[in-house]
Design a protein around this ligand. Structure first.
Ligand code: NAX
Length: 335
């Protein structure tokens, strides 16, 4: 039998945490034969609620769940973890300046980075979900220099999955038959969902999404804005932000990273991940930016050589620009 892996979920008493921990305990993140020990961190005001989540995990009697650590102590939470899913953060409240929210999150991510740096298992893989996700991940990377930079990522898989969902609804095809959409850039309203390389499996082979939709206006307009505003639409409908879809996408992100993206002969199958830019596609190096990636042997690589038309170029640059500004803002909070 496999040794259990330790999975940290921060902000575990929150909405996404509540949806995520049972998925991890059921094997949706690391596979149905991989035992896990859950480490759940939250802050003191949420300690009682966190303990309630722990009670429910015990009550659910998950066969793969070999232990639960529920704590408000960052060091205890980070010790020995193989995977860290950072969902905890400071939300933007009405009337707050961007800089004040950034400043709170910079200090949270700085201290949690140090704890991971000192106490996590070697080669720990980190996924930042909490917003501003890309920039929180960048701060975490800065303050955990001994964790390889390839191991620090942020979640744009929810946006990726939303794009698959929108194409499948529009074309009335199975979502599993749609592949290779791309989310470029920031997990924010400047993200660029790109279908230029996406295809749908049909009975007569793979067909480009562009050709099947045959409506450029929709693809360049409503499709993009629907995705950019989807988070807000969920809040409006549910009165709470996306939680089950965020949790499920976080599982997809880690599962594909650790177990690999599907290998296809003479073709590609990629997913979107926020990763440290190496300058691919003329995206400034040193940002955490969402790219199309394939994963093998527990490592992601950016898919190279995709053509970028003029429309896309502008969108890639605009979201990079926003990330550069967020980065400057975050650094100004460090002084
Ligand atoms: P909740 O407010 O329900 O939960 C957040 C939890 O984090 C709370 O229990 C809180 O006590 C805890 N927390 C706060 N500071 C902490 C700290 N320093 N250490 C540990 N825990 C701490 O929010 P929820 O709806 O679960 O969303 C969590 C985060 O995910 C938010 O930042 C949200 O903006 C972000 N999202 C990111 C998405 C993505 O695709 N990247 C999509 C969903 C979501 O909007």
């Amino acid at each position: 039998a496999k040794e259990p892996l330790r999975v940290l979920v921060t902000g575990a008493a929150g909405q996404i945490g509540y949806a995520l921990v049972p998925m991890v305990a059921r094997g949706a993140m690391l596979g149905p034969d991989q035992p896990v020990i859950l480490h759940m961190l939250d802050i003191a005001p949420a300690a009682e609620a966190l303990n309630g989540v722990k009670m429910e995990l015990v009550d659910a009697a998950f066969p793969l769940l070999k232990g639960v650590v529920a704590t408000t102590d960052v060091v205890e939470a980070c010790t020995g973890v193989n995977v860290a899913v950072m969902v905890g953060g400071f939300p933007r409240k009405e009337g707050m300046e961007r800089k004040d929210v950034m400043s709170k999150n910079v200090s949270i991510y700085k201290s949690q980075a140090s704890a991971l740096e000192k106490h996590a298992a070697p080669n720990c893989k980190v996924l930042v979900v909490a917003n501003p996700a890309n920039t929180n991940a960048l701060i975490l990377k800065e303050f955990a220099p001994s964790i390889p930079q390839k191991n620090i990522t942020c979640l744009t898989r929810l946006d990726h999955n939303r794009a698959l969902g929108q194409v499948s609804e529009r074309l009335k095809v199975q979502v599993a038959d749609v592949k290779n959409v791309i989310i470029w850039g920031n997990h924010s309203s400047t993200q660029y969902p790109d279908v230029n390389h996406a295809s749908v499996k049909t009975s007569s082979g793979a067909k480009p999404v562009r050709e099947l939709v045959a409506n450029d206006e929709w693809l360049k307009g409503e499709f993009i804005t629907t995705l950019q505003q989807r988070g807000a639409a969920i809040i409006k409908a549910r009165k709470f932000s996306s939680a089950l879809s965020a949790a499920s996408s976080a599982c997809d992100h880690i599962r594909d990273w650790v177990l690999g993206t599907p290998e296809v002969v003479f073709a590609y199958f990629w997913v979107s991940m926020g990763v440290y830019s190496d300058g691919s596609y003329h995206v400034p190096a040193g940002l955490i930016y969402s790219f199309p990636v394939t994963c093998k042997n527990e490592e992601w690589s950016i898919v190279q050589g995709l053509s970028i038309d003029e429309f896309s170029r502008k969108k890639l640059d605009a979201t990079a620009q926003e990330l550069s500004e967020e980065k400057s803002l975050a650094y100004s909070c460090l002084q």
